[in-house]
Design a protein around this ligand. Sequence first.
Ligand code: AMP
Ligand code: MG
Length: 492
Amino acid sequence: MTVHFPFDNSYAALPENFFARVAPTPVAAPRLIKLNRALAEQLGLDPDWLDSPDGAAILAGARVPEGAASIAMAYAGHQFGNFVPQLGDGRAILLGEVIDRDGVRRDIQLKGSGRTPFSRMGDGRAALGPVLREYIVSEAMAELGIPTTRSLAATLTGERVMRDEIQPGAVLTRVASSHIRVGTFQFFAARGDRDAVRALADHVIARHYPEAAQADAPYRALLEGVIARQADLVARWMMIGFIHGVMNTDNTSVAGETIDYGPCAFMDAFDPKTVFSSIDHMGRYAFGNQPPIALWNLTRLAECLVPLLSDDEDKGVEIAQSALGGFAERFNAAYLAGLSAKLGLFTSQPDDAQLSLDILAAMAKGHADFTLTFRRLSDAAGDPADLGEVRALFDDPAAFDDWAPRWRQRLAAEPQDGAARQAAMQAVNPAYIPRNHRVEAVIRAAVDRNDFAPFEELLAVLANPFRDQPEFARYAEPPQPHERVLETFCGT
Ligand code: AMP
Ligand code: MG
């Protein structure tokens, strides 16, 4: 028999209390609606076979492939600040791990594949709308160069799921460098299972932070490594206006990838208080709160690791605090370097941070579109004498008018010529992001009319976010007032 998935499973070899062995629940009528052929090839899988009825049956969870681990992972987590000692994969199954073409170990997981011992009250299923949203946004993030889980496939199950409306059931095949979360550590720490915390930490070091194994203090190096990757990741989100929406500790990857796209969205007009999630009443996960929330989540990870950091608890706490103290510096450096690049500054001067923060303040005041402002600045960067197209994005241009001459003057001190600056800026300031009103329109077409053409078109545009695509210029535009989406529902 041909091996269709060359599995090499390591998580399933961990102690039995790390997961539940469970198979996906077979579905009525599996139908593949999207296959990411390039990703399939990267994973060493045969896209033509995945595209066959046999492949679709596996991707929809109707059949378990040869060699699969087929486990639901255990984890806990703080949801909106409240600790829940047991969450776990309530509707996902880790089929197993493969080693990709670059030698990187990657999980293949089905999301929406039926009930597991962790399902609690849930039906174990996913609805088509949120599956399409995750597919679109995760692939867009990958094209934008941001660490993220990926989407290998989306399938229809042929069944219906009850949400705030009845929707077609769907399964997302998700690929991640692992699905280990801060909440995975919390699961064992909350039970006082120090051996399990250590086994998990050793697994994470071997898998994601091999350099930590060589360090004088490997667990401290692990903590510092996760802190650094999360700081970099959230800084990247802040560079493109991404709002995760549900930054619970169970949705925080220790590998530093964006994970668990639920009510996520990109901001249109710049406002740090922007919230999309219909369940985030307090604005805990608002755009501007993401850096402090990341630190809050990392603090929960550090608490789990304290017993590994030192035999003496006070000493362990001290080490954890000192590691956490590194977050702000790392984040600020990444954030300010990112903003400088967005403004075309490749040398550094003492007032650069202020210049960056002032354009953001002007955007907030003038309700300017975040993505378009930076893209139009890039377009004008070759010859910044005329910034009329940027100015037109501000409904109150006074603050922009104060700022523009400062930017021009600062650019004059840069060594590159205009063309090089423009190209460099266009390579970091996307023209195309998955704007929320576009994502919603794609979902409506698919759910209401079984029409997947808008989904395909949006994916095609987002495959080249930094390149002008004149025939798709409308996709770069913010929503008209009547198109504006104010809330996205909690992705289930
Ligand atoms: P999420 O909000 O998707 O990050 O999920 C939070 C927790 O709820 C996780 O333990 C999920 O596995 C679980 N969950 C979410 N939706 C469902 C569902 N439809 N059925 C079972 N469990 C679910
Ligand atoms: Mg989750």
